[in-house]
Design a protein around this ligand. Structure first.
Ligand code: ADP
Ligand code: ADP
Length: 234
């Protein structure tokens, strides 16, 4: 069934009177359980698309629906719930707070939701085990490798258990080995925990973990690729 529908979404930025059409009426569905990839050249509208879905920016026209309901029609309570625990955003440049430890960074979204300390500790222990970051929980970001920082950032996005993970170039700053480790973990979260992932990437190796890939150019989809079940990667 359709979890998320992007329906004829258009986004025109107006910077100092110069309009830029970043999305030109893009439409697609994200089906329950999918690991969907979005590939396209720089400037094709990928980040704009994720930001519209994350409600960081508003489409100029068109709409985005969650389980058939337009998110633009959500009341403030539903919008807060959508932002807080239906979607999780994972950025390329980590966006970790440098003056907080790994544990404190991961704790942030849980504190915002008013989770009890005991429950938060339990969730952090579990996700840290899964992502192999237990030994860096008490380190600061400057003391971690790139791969470790990205996995701490992934833990922070995943710990509120969002239904949909929006990932913007999650392997963009990683070496090949760290990128592969992260992708295997994301794939595991998709398959074992049934989380949807919508990932924007330039990285063909990362994209090979997706079940379906949409190629976008100039703000529209021009090609779609579906991976067969059990198709070998490499
Ligand atoms: P991608 O993520 O595929 O690189 P973006 O969504 O970042 O693409 O950008 C799509 C287009 O919109 C580009 O032409 C970009 O320059 C333009 N753009 C993105 N953000 C803004 C903004 N805040 N103001 C004006 N133009 C923007
Ligand atoms: P991984 O792929 O496990 O994320 P890397 O291959 O990037 O890690 O690094 C391997 C090890 O080297 C890490 O476990 C880490 O302890 C150390 N390391 C690498 N880069 C850094 C860094 N910038 N600061 C501190 N330690 C680092």
């Amino acid at each position: 069934s359709k979890l998320l529908q992007v329906d004829n979404v258009e986004k025109v930025y107006d910077s100092e009177g110069l309009p830029t059409q970043a999305l030109a009426g893009i439409s697609f569905d994200v089906l329950e359980g999918e690991f969907l990839g979005i590939m396209g050249p720089s400037g094709s509208g990928k980040t704009t698309l994720l930001n519209c879905i994350a409600t960081i920016i508003k489409p100029t026209s068109g709409q985005i629906l969650l389980e058939g309901e337009s998110i633009s029609a959500f009341n403030s309570k539903n919008l807060a719930a959508y932002r807080g625990n239906r979607i999780g955003y994972l950025f390329q440049d980590f966006e970790l707070l440098d003056n907080l430890t790994g544990r404190e960074n991961i704790m942030l979204p849980l504190s915002i939701h008013g989770e009890s300390v005991a429950t938060a500790e339990k969730k952090i222990t579990e996700i840290a085990n899964y992502l192999n970051i237990t030994d860096v929980l008490d380190k600061f970001p400057a003391q971690m490798s790139g791969g470790q920082k990205q996995r701490v950032a992934a833990a922070r996005s995943l710990v509120p258990e969002p239904a949909i993970i929006l990932a913007d170039e999650p392997t963009g700053a990683l070496d090949t080995r760290s990128a592969r480790t992260l992708m295997e973990k994301l794939k595991g979260i998709n398959e074992e925990k049934g989380r949807n992932i919508l990932m924007v990437t330039h990285d063909a190796n990362a994209a090979s973990f997706c079940s379906r890939i949409l190629f976008i150019q100039d703000g529209v989809i021009f090609h779609e690729l579906r991976y067969q079940e059990n198709e070998s990667r490499e």
